[in-house]
Design a protein around this ligand. Sequence first.
Ligand code: NOJ
Length: 551
Amino acid sequence: MTTTEPADASPHTQPGWWADRVGYQVYLPSFADGDGDGWGDLTGLRQRLDHLAWLGVDLVWLSPINPSPMADHGYDVADYCAVHPRLGTLADVDALLAEARDRGIAVLLDLVPNHTSVEHPWFQRARASRDDPYRDYYHWGDPAPDGGPPNNWVSVFGGPAWTFEPATGQYYLHLYAPEQPDLNWDNPAVAREFDAILRFWLDRGVAGFRIDVAHALKKAPGLPDQPEVPAAQQPARLDGRAADHYAIEHVHDREQPGLRDLHRRWRAVAEPYGALLLGEVYILDPQRLATYLRDQDGLHTGFWFGLVESEWDPAHLAAQLRAAEVTGPHLAWVQSSHDRRRAPTRYGGGQMGRRRALTLAVLTLGLPALPVLYQGDELGLEDGHVPPQAYQDPLARRTGGALSRDPARTPMPWEPGERLGFTDAEQAWLPWGGRTDADTVAVQRADPGSPLWAYRRLVALRGALSGLRGGPVRWHATTPPVVAYVRGDVLVAGNLEAHAATLALPAGRWTVRLRTQGSGAVEPDDVVEGALSLPGEHAAILQREVAAGEG
Ligand code: NOJ
């Protein structure tokens, strides 16, 4: 006999409510267009909330909704306490929060504190005069003796991290595009502004924030030059960053003293609301990452990008999964995002890529604290096709398409047809991406063997199996082919190699609650004992049977 308990459906009221839930990233410009202008928006999202409820996710993170000239598609904010007119209104936010709450879904906003837009009134004032009180909201530096930038820092998007401002004769710092000047977090006024921004949205009922660039807000005093990396030691893979960004060692522009104090400050603001702080702390060393993610203060949880930065390499992937041993139960598990190639593409594409991504999804869906799907993961989507003349991403434009985030951002395919059910407009802001009917939500919903049904079953099991909630992870097999762990009465196993393999099971009888089959999944409920056979690149979730008299 096996036991199933319903998941607690309470909305975000209890402290720690996010633990062992399932999150979903909505990249708003590409999710659903409600007003027919070719851009996704809040109305479109509201119209599609039932998809998220059907999928079973508990929490949605929205990419930035604020007014923005869209130099970096919303990550250049011109007003933190308003909504971009193209995306909706404050009333739409209120309606979204209420409608999401009715479906048991909490909503996180994207907070972008490292930089503003050049069009933010603070920067408009700051750039106009050296004496303006807002000048010190940003980092300024005198030209070097040759007239060049004040130091050798390089932007994540390539090129100098400094732009000259002729009106006042100094350079301003931007770790990203020139349209994204970095805020000076040594200025207490900046911290006070953000306390108020957080409260503004928390008072409206948002459940917390995904915090952009949470690792680089503080810079080293005096902004010293950074050491150069010898050419031979520069990485072969660019991971979405420009090559010159890797030619210097980033020892002064990230993970600086005082960073945790900022996180703590936000935690103190968020705590009375029971709100979640989910950091984009881009640190690929679990030991260092762990120091920012804590039970008592700082950020509650942070993305683990070990999988996002990986190709299909079984031993490497197995090691990335075990990051949780170091960080404790604080990781948000992601395989794809709006910033990197989609997982099925990275893993080789086609059925193979989809099957591999699903295998890893099974392995992460059982881990604490928070797996987060990127829109389209549930459809097994690969990258969309975006021809060079259609590039929108500033990174693509700067690198001639060598590094483009556009393919991961093409419109969500809802229905077969020219416009994918995404919009009524002739064109969307990005090309359609070359989606097939089989990629769409409508077609996959009608096919129980589809990726969509597989992800739905997986999300439902996470809620239904009490063993997957709260308890520690005990690794049962850590080296490929099969990687497996036990949580409570549940065993999660994935074969990362291409050949079939067998896993010796802990004692007892085990019910197979889910087995992947290609890029779909079934719930066979057969019982195994002693050993589990898994075809190459497939996964399963097992539940220990309660012996007669035990229960
Ligand atoms: C991370 C965001 O995910 C990315 O899209 C953006 O370009 C940078 N931060 C800068 O805000």
